[in-house]
Design a protein around this ligand. Sequence first.
Ligand code: 5GP
Length: 177
Amino acid sequence: MVQIHDKSFGPYISADEIRQKVQELANQINKEYEGKELIFISILNGSFMFAADLMKCITIPCEISFVKVSSYQGTNTSGRVDELIGLNTTIDHKHIIILEDIVDTGITMNKIFNYLSSFEPASLKIASLLYKPDAFEGKHKPDLVGFSIPNAFVIGYGLDYNEHGRNYDAIYKLIEN
Ligand code: 5GP
């Protein structure tokens, strides 16, 4: 069990299970994207560990870019404008895989997907280590999923609770009192 701030978390997905799943996802990508110009776009902060481990298993030529979602008050009618900061490469006509740690409601992914598709990439897919199908109400389901999980709050392997807990090599689930 691990204690973070005021909450306790129990073991949920082991480091070995994650390692095996990441290798499986990489094998699939190595096969599907052979001969294509591939760029991974890793969404910070949560996906840094997933992205690093996945990259080590990728054997085909590729690029990676780390971005952050930024939401600011704009002048359009809806009020809010979302963009990705840090996208320091051109993605038009290239094959893109978005790397996320977790897709929950899918609202964040809607914004990321819409923003990236405006650059007209050759293809745009989503790889998420974790996916909560029962919570999902978005438009873009992840194409590659490590683990589908129920509606529980998890930490570790990049995922945080109030910025702590990202350092664990396994995933832990909140113990509800
Ligand atoms: P969305 O609901 O838009 O799909 O997810 C928004 C963000 O909420 C995710 O990118 C992630 O940062 C956070 N999130 C959703 N579920 C969890 C969870 O179980 N644990 C942690 N640590 N973050 C989560």
